[in-house]
Design a protein around this ligand. Sequence first.
Ligand SMILES: *Cc1c(COP(=O)(O)O)cnc(C)c1O
Length: 391
Amino acid sequence: MMKSPVYMDYHATTPVDTRVLDAMMPFYTEHFGNAASLQHRFGWIAKEAVENGRRKIAEAIHAEPHEIIFTSGATESNNLAIKGVAESLREKGNHIITTQIEHKCVLDSCKRLEQKGFDVTYLPVDTFGKVNVENVSKAITNKTILVSIMAANNEIGTIQPIEEIGTLCAERGIIFHTDATQAVGKFSNDVKRMNIHLLSFASHKMYGPKGVGALYVRSHHPRVAIQTQMDGAGHEHGVRSGTLNVPGIVGFGKAVQIAIGEMEGENLRILNLRNRLKDKLLKIEQTSLNGHPTERLPHNLNITFHGVRGDQLMTEIKDVAVSAGSACVSEEIGDTDYSHVLRAIGLTPEDGRSTIRFGLGRFTTEEEVDFAAERFSHAVRALRTYSLEGV
Ligand SMILES: *Cc1c(COP(=O)(O)O)cnc(C)c1O
């Protein structure tokens, strides 16, 4: 039996896998110790669990365990990386390079730094949402201290040439941060080979619990220094104080281990389902695909239903949980009320407001895909008929 409503918003968050939950449970009740209480057994058990999680998380991105800083999620990791580097390298320069299609937490961290005297270049992307490496190179000045470019976009799924950008930054001696929240567990992220200095990701995007994330901070070639944003008792090498979320970290470790272990088979299965949904939806008249045709996340689909408003579609289709292209809309009316990502790839405000993001995942079935396709075909045609009759 198919559950209703059907969940197709896996970019926003994912359910906790029961294997992950099982691993976490003992750390709420029986092994409840504080991982920083090293005077007794309760603390030792918690500490050991944290270090186990840390090892699995480091392994997933080819880092060393001591290079992983635990945070509350990718928002905090991105804030810590960007503001932390900016503050620690202030003497060296005040210029930061990022893109127009980053997650709000990256863009808003940069905006905050602009208020404090930093200069930020927001690079444009092409119509597929791809950053041009040549443009990154041309934007670098002798004041540039940081390049922050996401690995894969959470709205349109486009994957960036992270390894080329990493190589470029390494050659020019500039720190490179990537928001890999949508990428870890979807494709290989090797911080050594890709010359990544800082990498952010979160547990709840890969079937782990909410409220726990990680920031990779390179410890050699070069050693990256970041200014603490959370003062306190000096946990996580003094970079991020606060009692660690032990069950969360245990769950995160388990989640990442499962995601990497099952990545190949899962990607193929989900890609087939995604393509099935894509083919069915693009059969509807006046629809178009956003994002890159091939270099995109296997579980992402982003479609414009021309002439039909996304919010009306979602009102009509309550039994499929999707998201409008505008995940982070502003309250204002006008052409700012559609996604900054869709704007950056050149969609008109009208098309931007007629766009839906579909995110498939571990628990998506063929039956659900067919159901969603059917519901959308029906609703799009119905809404177009109403609007014709209304003329
Ligand atoms: C979800 C997401 C974030 C924010 O992560 P939280 O853990 O929810 O704070 C940042 N960047 C990208 C690309 C995301 O998809």
